[in-house]
Design a binder for this molecule. Structure first.
Ligand code: ACM
Length: 436
């Protein structure tokens, strides 16, 4: 082992990185029990425009400990790396009181994949705000980039709403103040939030609260009145999440057979010359993705629409390929969509007992999909798509279906957090260095 370097806990930050320094000082105090002062002699944070946005250069040597980045995201990544290398000396060690130790190093680093994500299901299981802040912390420490929040499902709608206030589930939605706290907390840590409102399936809250608008068939009708309402809902989502370039519109597992029995949808289909419900599904996704594009954001959608109608949908839409059932990743990729890999196996966690090991996650190629379900084309051996196709990265998805059944649901959320904390480092490690 190299002789370790002794460091003073002080930070000398270029003004553009003072926010990063404050975030680091908080995490470093928590890990190492030291208060960090401002000043020279410890760690310096410097600007280097030549580095990529998420990259950094770190030097730990006898003369200096310096971290360089061109942007806050890169500086956060470098600081998370530095934090993982710092240790407090043993109680009776010879180092000066209050100092820290680190192995010498000189490295330049940047991630191989820009999307290193975690999704948490807040609709099937209520998560008090501190758990969400804790997930942001976990993302920062593991150099993850995105936190997707599945805010709505048939069980609850957890966002505050103005235009349709009854959508927010009584006693089970975040206040505006809480959302602002979360948004600010993620922003100062360089973590991108991806808010999701799941429609047209998984949307019971819509028709339970406003059946006169959203019907009561189990899937939102496709009609102008519903599209107008969704324009208002997603407009509010964009306002609540001003720093989120991506907005997720759901789009999974809709029982579109119900549209055949829905006079309003049939009328819309007739007026627009739409022949069948699969075409209608794609038209629905087109309409809502266009709403998001109109808000100046990029739409994200779960794999769900059929290949035959891909051409209806704007290619700026990012598709999360998860089931390899509705449309496999190879068809989506060939059609020109950019993808995020949420392959059920090994990236799903259904707390408490459906999950895969950190080792399996670390070995997972983001250009590969696997499944345990015989109806998926990824069953039984998985398939791989060519590296030439744009896969932004991958995401662990923590679903809450089974937590709600626990006697003490707080125990369930703690178990979920434990499962995520074991697995996120494996995913992020892989996506930083694909090594294949
Ligand atoms: C999903 O697992 N229904 C996206």
């Amino acid at each position: 082992m190299n002789e370790r370097i002794c460091l003073t806990p002080s930070l000398d930050a270029d003004p553009r990185f003072e926010g990063c320094a404050a975030v680091f000082a908080g995490y470093a105090k928590e890990k190492l029990g030291r208060d960090w002062t401002k000043g020279k002699g410890g760690v310096s944070l410097r600007f280097d425009p030549a580095l990529p946005e998420e990259g950094y250069r770190l030097t730990v040597g006898p003369e200096a400990c310096a971290l360089f980045a061109s942007a806050e995201k890169g500086m956060h990544n470098g600081l998370a790396d530095l934090l993982s290398r710092l240790e407090a000396p043993e109680r009776d060690a010879p180092e000066p009181d209050g100092s820290l130790l680190a192995e010498p190093c000189e490295l330049t680093n940047q991630p191989d994949c820009p999307y290193r994500g975690l999704m948490v299901d807040l609709a099937r299981q209520w998560h008090p705000l501190p758990y969400l802040l804790g997930y942001v912390d976990l993302c920062w420490k593991n150099r993850a980039s995105h936190l997707q929040l599945h805010f709505t499902d048939s069980q609850s709608f957890t966002l505050p709403m103005t235009a349709y206030p009854k959508l927010s589930t009584e006693g089970r939605f975040y206040s505006r103040e809480e959302i602002r706290t979360l948004v600010d907390y993620a922003a100062v840590r360089g973590i991108t939030l991806v808010p999701e409102v799941d429609v047209p399936g998984h949307a019971a809250q819509f028709f339970l609260k406003y059946p006169e608008i959203f019907g009561n068939t189990g899937v939102l009708p496709a009609c102008e009145e519903v599209f107008d309402a969704l324009r208002a809902v997603f407009g509010e989502v964009a306002e609540l999440f001003p720093h989120s370039p991506l907005i997720h519109i759901g789009g999974d597992e809709a029982d579109i057979g119900a549209w055949e029995r829905c006079p309003r949808t049939r009328e819309y289909m007739k007026a627009h010359g739409i022949a069948d419900i699969h075409e209608m599904y794609a038209e629905y996704v087109r309409t809502v993705t266009d709403v998001i594009l109109g808000l100046g954001r990029t739409p994200v959608v779960w794999e769900g629409f059929a290949k035959e109608y891909d051409d209806r949908i704007d290619r700026r839409t990012i598709v999360i390929a998860w089931e390899s059932y509705y449309q496999p990743a190879y068809d989506l990729a060939k059609a020109g969509f950019t993808l995020i890999n949420c392959s059920w196996k090994p990236l799903y966690i259904v707390t408490p007992d459906t999950h895969w090991s950190p080792e399996e996650i670390a070995a997972h190629d983001p250009w590969k999909w696997d499944h345990w379900w015989e109806k998926s084309v990824a069953f039984p051996d998985g398939y791989r798509i060519d590296r030439k196709y744009p896969v932004l990265g991958a995401q662990i998805c923590a679903w809450g279906d089974r937590i709600a059944g626990w006697e003490n649901s707080e125990d369930g959320i703690r178990k979920e957090r434990e499962l995520v904390a074991e697995r996120l480092p494996a995913l992020c490690g892989k996506l930083w260095h694909l090594g294949m």
